[in-house]
Design a protein around this ligand. Structure first.
Ligand SMILES: Nc1nc2c(c(=O)[nH]1)N[C@H]1C(S)=C(S)[C@@H](COP(=O)(O)O)O[C@H]1N2
Ligand SMILES: [Mo]
Length: 362
């Protein structure tokens, strides 16, 4: 069994496998999440990998299959550093579960999200070195960890389209916040797919396979897809589910938290906003009248293309109960949906409806 340190400030949802969120009150404190506060999402026990004997295998539709040691990776390919946010597709699942139960799922608050500075080599450079055959369309990843699915052990795996795999932001990373990747985050090597939901950033990377079809791995083919609200676990045709890729435009209030009591008068409201690869966040707005009128928040930190941005506002709130709502807009004029009901799906993914907190002012 894997456990976090008893002193860890992470919010543990599950001990085995270990699943823990970054407490929201810490988020506005640090644009780069300290590694011991970085959320952890795992589907099986955390593997122990010996870096000296570790080999990354590149196979499938390639001209020269590769077997690379960590030293090969570090010496044969240029190294790159990039700041990126990882967010789980199950972010804000607890709100969806309040509409209709989501049995068997981890009911994350808005906390499976963190940002780090990563260092690694471009996946595209490694694939070019292997020689991409022209029939290849997808890049499949397999992790060294195994999850128990219906009584059987299954390696964690996932795939992305070749086009995204060749994008300069997609890295094979071995450092997080200027230190070796911590064990729980994929030591010695993981994939980092900025702009996509976290599940595609496979940890403890064992092999990469170029192929003509998406991965048939359980976690790609039978999980991490969305369906209309009418579809249930019993009626789902997984072939027809929508594969989760790009992060949806989202904004969250980190402080105050729902249920908090504050003094009436000026109240500092802080949070994060983020988007995928399409267009950056441009504006964040707050409403205290159910979305009739909105006032802009100040974006106080927005420095990296692939990272969240931080925003804040001081609201002058009278005594009584108050609901504060947030929404973001991107540079193409797109905003978030108001209503959560049309977004409900039986796995509880991709909730990006307006986020709100209830506060008492005295
Ligand atoms: N090998 C492996 N990779 C994995 C997972 C996993 O369980 N096993 N979980 C995925 C999911 S769902 C998410 S959200 C991110 C979480 O990364 P973190 O634990 O470093 O925060 O890792 C992804 N990569
Ligand atoms: Mo995830």
């Amino acid at each position: 069994m894997q456990t976090v340190q008893p002193t860890s400030p992470l919010k543990v949802y599950q001990e085995d496998p270990l699943n823990a969120g970054t407490p929201l009150e810490y988020v506005p404190e640090a644009f780069l999440t300290p590694s011991d506060l970085f959320f952890i999402r795992g589907h099986g026990p955390i593997p122990q990998v010996e870096p000296a004997t570790y080999r990354l295998v590149v196979k499938g539709m390639v001209q020269h299959p590769l077997e690379l040691s960590m030293a090969d990776l570090l010496t044969r390919f240029p190294q790159h550093t990039l700041t990126a946010t990882l967010v789980c597709a199950g972010n804000r699942r607890d709100e969806l579960a309040a509409i209709h139960p989501l049995p068997g799922e981890i009911l994350w608050d808005a906390d499976p999200i963190s940002t780090a500075r990563w260092r690694g080599v471009r996946l595209g450079d490694v694939l070019q070195a292997a020689g991409i055959e022209k029939e290849a369309r997808y890049v499949a990843f397999r992790g060294l960890d195994q999850a128990r699915i219906a009584g059987e052990l299954v390696h964690f795996g996932s795939s992305i389209r070749l086009e995204k795999a060749l994008a300069p932001e997609v890295l094979l990373v071995y450092e997080m916040n200027d230190a070796p990747l911590p064990r729980e985050h994929g030591f010695p090597l993981r994939v980092l797919v900025p702009g996509y939901v976290g599940v595609r950033s496979v940890k403890w990377l064992q092999d990469i396979t170029l192929q003509s079809q998406p991965s048939t791995n359980y976690f790609q083919a039978r999980d991490y897809k969305t369906f209309p609200p009418t579809v249930t676990a019993e009626t789902a045709d997984w072939e027809r589910g929508k594969t989760l890729e790009e992060i949806a435009l989202n904004a969250v209030i980190c402080t105050p938290k729902s249920g908090e009591t504050r003094h009436a008068g000026p109240v500092l409201v802080q949070g994060y906003a983020l988007t995928g690869e399409e267009a950056p966040v441009e504006r964040v707005e707050l409403s205290t009248d159910q979305g009739v009128t909105w006032r802009p928040a100040t974006i106080r930190e927005k420095t990296d293309r692939w990272a969240w941005c931080f925003w804040e506002a001081i609201l002058d709130l009278p005594a009584g109960e108050c609901q504060i709502i947030v929404r973001a807009w991107d540079t193409t004029g797109k905003t978030q949906p108001k209503d959560m009901r049309p977004l409900w799906n039986f796995k509880g993914y991709a909730n990006n409806a307006w986020h709100q907190v209830q506060v008492s002012l005295v």
